[in-house]
Design a protein around this ligand. Structure first.
Ligand SMILES: *Cc1c(COP(=O)(O)O)cnc(C)c1O
Length: 399
């Protein structure tokens, strides 16, 4: 590994990653395949390392969003099946994908047409899953297009349609809408079946569906959030005992005692109410600190909620303000977060020094991409679940 002299890093507890895998498998009926979703650098845990850890425990099917994510994992020597969710647009992408044995999603007639030509020209086999849109409004086919694609590809011996899937929009909140999407999906499957098309892997369950709708597992589940140690937002049935493996860490790089009344940071937005130690950390918004996903409010109630959160943060309520952890205790970040620094107020009587380790509240998927990873607790032991099935995938010979 290259020498990294930065005073900040991401610590991943390998024991917790494997514990979460175990938890998911514990709730997975035998015969249902686990597709481990490791998109966006495995939700911030490091995609290659996560793939290596999970492969070592028997996971043999991964999914990511984009081709470059899949190729990075393949290049690292993982030969498990890797599927991408996102469509390809250029011939070169199809060629790269096929050469690297990446499983593709086909979600439009154009993609089908492109892949049909390219796979014949290359003379190399490719496995695909059809994506049906049942109400998310992202990628996907309708029933007619799905049937037409099956007819077209029937003539192409290089293409194996292994699966068909859809993605749920609102499983965490609305069982009714999810049931409607599920029926629509089953209708497409049945329609294709009647025309003579059947696939070994039919799937629609992400983490929310996994928790809320065991009747919708079908042949495989696509799990990301739960493996990353978090429950999906808005889900109230938290039956899994998950552990968050992710910690963003840094060190105090400067420390001074400042008098009561001193201003902290640009625009002097904070003034010390008592004499205190002020610690400088080498972490700012360029690292992902104090960043969040800012969607426009979805309605009036949502807007009021956002305003209340802002108000609570203004009033200094702990849960809504930024705090760091030093030697087990929480201390507030004061003033505006700088581009590459932030300031922490520590009471004058607390023993602390330059070099002290600090844990920061950086959202795992927003941490800067070049942050160093440190994997700890590699030899954690617990009883592994042995009942999961590895053999759901059909082979070329079966089709
Ligand atoms: C991200 C994603 C998943 C995984 O969802 P989680 O809720 O994180 O488990 C599954 N399927 C698709 C198509 C996705 O984009």
């Amino acid at each position: 590994m290259d020498l990294d002299l930065k005073d900040k890093w991401i610590e991943i507890d390998v024991g917790k990653v494997l514990h979460n895998l175990n938890e998911v498998r514990n709730h997975l009926p035998a015969g249902v395949k686990l597709i481990a979703v490791i998109k966006a650098d495995a939700y911030g845990h490091g995609a290659v390392k996560t793939a290596q850890l999970l492969t070592a425990k028997g996971v043999d099917f991964f999914a990511v969003t984009f081709l470059d994510e899949a190729l990075e994992i393949r290049k690292a020597g993982i030969d498990a099946q890797i599927m991408i969710f996102s469509p390809l647009t250029e011939d070169e992408q199809y060629i790269k994908a096929i050469q690297n044995n990446i499983t593709l999603t086909i979600a439009s007639l154009k993609e089908c047409h492109d892949l049909d030509l390219i796979s014949r020209n290359l003379g190399k086999r490719v496995t695909i899953h059809l994506k049906v849109d049942t109400g998310l409004g992202r990628f996907g086919l309708n029933a007619q297009d799905a049937a037409q694609i099956c007819q077209t590809l029937k003539e192409n011996n290089y293409i194996y349609i292994e699966g068909v899937y859809t993605h749920m929009a609102d499983a965490a909140m609305s069982e009714k809408y999810t049931a409607r999407q599920f029926s629509a999906f089953l209708a497409v499957i049945e329609d294709l079946y009647k025309q003579g098309f059947e696939f070994p892997l039919k799937h629609c369950a992400n983490s929310s569906v996994f928790l809320r709708c065991p009747n919708m597992y079908l042949d495989a589940v696509r799990i990301g959030t739960l493996l990353s140690g978090q429950n999906p937002a808005g889900n109230f049935n938290k039956k899994l005992n998950l552990q968050d493996p992710f910690k963003y860490k840094s060190r105090i790089i400067a420390l001074r005692q400042l008098e009561k009344g001193s201003y902290l940071g640009y625009f002097r937005t904070y003034r010390l109410k008592q004499t205190a130690k002020v610690a400088v950390l080498p972490v700012g918004f360029a690292d992902g600190l104090a960043l969040g996903v800012q969607n426009p409010p979805t309605g009036f109630i949502d807007m009021i909620k956002l305003l209340i959160k802002q108000l609570l943060s203004y009033l200094g309520f702990r849960k809504y303000s930024l705090q760091v952890r030093i030697k087990g205790a929480l201390y507030p970040i004061r003033g505006k977060v700088f581009m590459q620094n932030c300031l922490v107020e520590i009471p004058a009587n607390v023993e602390v020094s330059v070099g002290e380790e600090v844990e920061l509240p950086i959202r795992k998927t927003l941490a800067a991409k070049d942050t160093r990873y440190e994997y700890i607790n590699e030899t954690a032991s617990f009883t592994e679940v042995q009942t999961y099935s590895l053999d759901k995938k059909a082979s070329w010979e079966d089709c």
